[in-house]
Design a protein around this ligand. Structure first.
Ligand code: URA
Length: 282
């Protein structure tokens, strides 16, 4: 990752915290974590080459206003839980795939059901903890993920890690991450409906194995797949709790989209608070 890119991430995170301050006067949602704990989590969640700079920017973003657990979280949670819960469902669980997790992974790694398999370097199956109560679902691997076999390791992924860290989550032990597509579409183009139909059964099976308490779908492809609400704009799907086969589902913008459009960061943050209110209650 270039210095410019890491700087952009740091700037986005600093901006995120500033927006919280704008929204809550002198408040930033850190809940039960102290500033030091958040900074420690954040510094471990970024690559060592960029950690110093990110930490410095975060230090400065947090320095004035955040030292105590904040007021206002309960009010926000009350407000978000008043939003109606939708139970639109999503696709049925596939029956044709193995009922053993390792076997499922092997089948995915050897899959050649669609032409994406011809151009891939690696199948990108998952990252994170299989015992996590939170599952994050993205769209498809990009170049970095295709090269490493790990989801969300590029710039957008590092930004996602930082955002998740602000609600005390990390992929080492408290998040499981997977994508709708397991192979990279050429040139990072959008997944096509045929590819989604062939590949998404792996994801649905992964959800069934992990049995998360809540799912965060980032971007419109995972949002539409899991809500079953095809063709609905993401802006209309977000800000409420859906259900995927009974599992609370929050949908929000893709971290790559946040890096392109900073105005959506506030909405993403609100969706994270909604998500946290569900997980905390559970
Ligand atoms: N974007 C995604 O949706 N998933 C990845 O793994 C990387 C980028």
């Amino acid at each position: 990752m270039s210095g410019d890119e890491s700087g952009a991430i740091s700037d986005e995170v600093a901006r995120l915290f500033r927006q919280r301050m704008e929204m809550g006067g002198d408040e930033v949602f850190l809940d039960r974590m102290t500033r030091e704990e958040v900074l420690s989590i954040l510094s471990h969640s970024v690559r060592s080459s960029v950690a110093g700079r990110n930490q410095a920017v975060l230090e400065s973003a947090l320095s004035d206003n955040v030292s105590e657990p904040v007021k206002g979280v309960a009010a926000m949670q009350r407000a978000t839980r008043e939003i109606s819960e939708q139970g639109s469902g999503g696709p049925p669980l596939p029956v044709e795939l193995p009922d053993d997790y390792e076997r499922l992974r092997e089948v995915a790694l050897g899959c050649s059901k669609c032409p994406l398999s011809e151009g891939r370097t690696q199948v990108v199956f998952s990252d994170g903890s299989r015992t996590a109560d939170l599952m994050v679902v993205g769209e498809a691997p990009g170049a970095n993920e295709d090269a490493t076999g790990v989801p969300f390791v590029g710039v957008a992924g590092q930004f996602l890690d930082l955002l998740l860290a602000t609600i005390g989550r990390n992929r080492k032990d408290s998040v499981y991450i997977a994508n709708v597509l397991k192979c990279r579409p050429p040139g990072n183009r959008d997944p096509d409906p045929g590819e989604i139909a062939e590949c998404s059964p792996f994801l649905l099976k992964q959800i069934d194995f992990v049995k998360p308490s809540a799912i965060l779908a980032v971007g419109s492809f995972s949002a539409r797949l899991l809500t079953g609400l095809e063709g609905v704009a993401l802006g209309k799907l977000r800000g409420q709790v859906h259900k995927y086969h009974g599992v609370p589902l929050v949908v929000t913008y893709h971290p790559a989209a946040l890096l392109r459009n900073r105005r959506w960061i506030r909405s993403f943050w609100e969706d994270l608070q909604l998500l946290r209110s569900i997980i905390d209650v559970d």
